[in-house]
Design a protein around this ligand. Sequence first.
Ligand code: ADP
Length: 535
Amino acid sequence: MPNFSLLQTFKNASIAKKLYFTVGIMALLIALELFTLGFANSTLSSVRAFINGEGLWSKGEKDAVNSLHKYARTGNEADYRLFLEFMKVPLGDHKTRMQLIKAHPDIDSARQGFLEGRNHPDDVDGMIKLFTRFYSVSYIHKAIILWTAADSVGAPMISIAAQIHNEINSTSPSQARIGELLNQIDDINANLTVLEDDFSFTLGEGARWLENLVLRLLFCVALTVEISGLLLTISVSRNIQRGLNEIIRASKSIANGNLKARAASYSRDEIGQLAESFNDMTTQYEKSIADKNIANESLKDYAKKLEQSNNSLEQFAYVASHDLQEPLRNITNFASLLEENEDHHLDPKSRKYLNFIVHGAERLKVLIKDLLLFSRLGKQHIVEMVNFNDILKIVLADMNLLIREKDAVIRLGHLPVLAASKTEIKMLLQNLIGNAIKYSKPNVPPVVEVNAEKQENGTWLFSVKDNGIGIEEEFKERIFVIFQRLHNQDEYSGTGIGLATCKKVVELNGGTIWVESKPDVGSTFYFTIPRPART
Ligand code: ADP
């Protein structure tokens, strides 16, 4: 059997549907209240019409009695006709009552009766409804009984009046007889007055009872509207608040570092769906953080391995550069002798090979010179106050030829005076600016900017920015390892020692070096030199 619950269905409905439902229920109850009000109003107005009708009935009856008295005094036929005219009012109401007590009354005839009773046409239908629908309600029932009694008490009036009329029109009218008949009329009138009073009193009481009933009914309906509206609103807003509070709690917990925190979902409405999406998002985030941690670990491993291989390479460089120097010197010397000595007539092929030997030996010389400088780094680390602006001027003067050849633009910021090793800083700037010019894009003149700014902690941050070929993300660490080159000699010549030298220099002076770069856009090499320790 499906686990169906009305409350659960309501909970899972969308917020918009919940609000429509709440407003719908309120509207329904208000419509019910208005209907009750309309019904009560028309019923009360019919009761009022009945009381009014009774007034007309009494007035008609009293006027008829007065006209008959006048007729008895004057014998004027017009007064007798007036009596008959006034009697039409109670007779009309009588006609209606006789119709309405039938099982299937003729409503048109009943309506006609009330109109003859001089009731207002607008009131007639309401009065008929009140009679038929509320017949068994005690007050109405009692009033109808009184009305019936009045009809039967007043019924002989017409025949008595006819007797008076006959007596007056006889050849010798008897005043004693006429007086006797008038007395009968007066007795009937007195009895009717009592019944008329009772009728008015009963209907008045009925009207007050109905008023009270309607007031209570309206009060109950209004109370139901208020309470149900309030309960529905509280329940809907509580559910929304509860769901949102749960999401806020979970997000705060995540912000505090608890990535396992999740928001409970209490329903399947928008808030429940939000909680579920939030949880999915958190799961994804947790997973990506875990993946990142793994990547970080492997990056650290990789950096460690690079460091180790760097150390062994440095070791090798130191030994090799020493041992290679001597044989290399012999090769270059003898090759030069061969080249210069005119006694040796070398054929073109031999001369070409000799050229290769000379060039190879020259490259090897540069390599060994760089290697030696590299391997000697730190051996004579003399720290003094170094004006970086002055060093830069010397470096640029040395590179003048290259700068002109490449049409390079150099932009310089103001550099500080700091405690460092002068020769090392010179090598550092030489390498970085040299590379910035060398690794330019074909046919694009290099633009190099050298700047320095003081960090909040007092350390100086230097930058050497170029608009060159840039470096792929994956090679950003590797280029600082000795002999690691990204291009072959035909593209860009070099030894692969420059950046390893820079790294070593910066570290010897207490700083760090790194690069930020975008292929085809350019690179910026950053290095820091800490402020001198206070003595
Ligand atoms: P090299 O003698 O080859 O210039 P370096 O150690 O100075 O050796 O540089 C290592 C490698 O880093 C270079 O071969 C080059 O591929 C890359 N590199 C260095 N500086 C730059 C730069 N400014 N722009 C692009 N690539 C560079």
